[in-house]
Design a protein around this ligand. Structure first.
Ligand SMILES: [Zn+2]
Length: 310
């Protein structure tokens, strides 16, 4: 392998490393998949209790991803999103409107991203082949500097207007875009990651076009809320009187989202078929199955197991 080829391989690895994302466990991560979208909560390239590492498509535009924190207090309407859609508005329309608004505001960055892409992956290798490394740098470096400065300036201005409270995130974005042209290619998409933060993640999933696996995520969340509610009510509701009301509000909203997608929530609560003839009970929250002797669920610690009918 020649030194030029080595250089390109190292550059390619550095470029690809820009397209892995660290996701905290209290955040839902939405990324592009095929023509649509998916949410990844666990798994990934590497997982620890403090978070997991996930990849996105290494192409500007397709590498867009959204981080949506798990809501604690509110349900369908945003708490900190830049646009206030109003309580009476349709949450799905509000999410799509918000997404489009942010995308539109960062649109000028796409040209900068593609300019950097063509300069690094087409211009530089061709010039290197014909002129050698010194003259190539003379031609490419000023172009890179102009594009990186414009990129950082646009990121700073647009981000400050859309997300005035996210100072730390803005500083991080601008610094990384100034330090590396490879990071600058990514900043058009990275700057949009908070676009739909503040909405309920399941509403975001329902609003994203061609979302994969909505029902599986929704049913899991619905059971988690429904059964944590019934068992912990006595303790939780005396300590936090609002908690049970909020959970039942979110349950109702998940049900109405399911109804809009033509899904019946009655199926989410049906007893499962036995995995093993010895199993006679199941956990209504996580669907794990147990033998007659079990009293609590080993997986989620729910103490109320239900019988599996014959
Ligand atoms: Zn369980």
């Amino acid at each position: 392998m020649s030194s030029v080829q080595m250089l390109l391989v190292v550059l390619l690895l550095l470029y690809l490393s820009e397209f892995v994302v660290w996701v905290r466990p209290d955040v839902w991560f939405f990324r592009r998949r095929g023509q649509g979208w998916e949410a990844v909560a666990r798994g990934g390239l590497f997982t620890t209790p403090r978070g997991s590492l996930h990849w996105v498509y290494p192409i500007p535009g397709l590498s867009r991803a959204y981080c949506v924190p798990v809501p604690i207090r509110n349900s369908g309407s945003p708490s900190s999103a830049p646009e206030e859609p109003g309580a009476a508005g349709d949450p799905l329309e509000a999410i799509e409107r918000q997404r489009q608004r942010v995308e539109q505001a960062f649109r000028p960055l796409r040209w900068v991203s593609w300019g950097l892409m063509s300069l690094i992956w087409a211009g530089a290798p061709v010039l290197l082949q014909f002129l050698g490394i010194g003259p190539m740098l003379y031609v490419v470096a000023p172009g890179l500097v102009i594009l990186m400065v414009s990129n950082a300036w646009i990121v700073y201005r647009v981000h400050r207007r859309l997300f005035p409270a996210s100072d730390d995130e803005r500083l991080r974005l601008v610094l990384s875009a100034c330090l590396s042209p490879l990071a600058a290619i990514r900043s058009a998409d990275l700057a949009q990651k908070e676009a739909v933060a503040g909405f309920h993640p399941l509403a975001v999933a329902a609003a994203l076009p061609r979302f994969h696996g909505w029902e599986a995520l929704a049913s899991e969340e619905w059971r988690r809320l429904k059964y944590s509610e019934s068992t912990e009510r006595s303790v939780e509701s005396t300590r936090h009187p609002k908690t049970s009301l909020e959970a039942s509000g979110i349950l109702g909203e998940i049900e109405s989202l399911a109804h809009r997608r033509g899904i019946s929530t009655a199926n989410w609560d049906k007893p499962p078929a036995r995995d093993d003839p010895a199993n006679s009970q199941y956990c209504p929250r996580c669907r794990s199955q147990f033998t007659r002797q079990a009293v609590t669920c080993h997986d989620c610690r729910l103490s109320k197991l239900l019988p599996i009918p014959n």
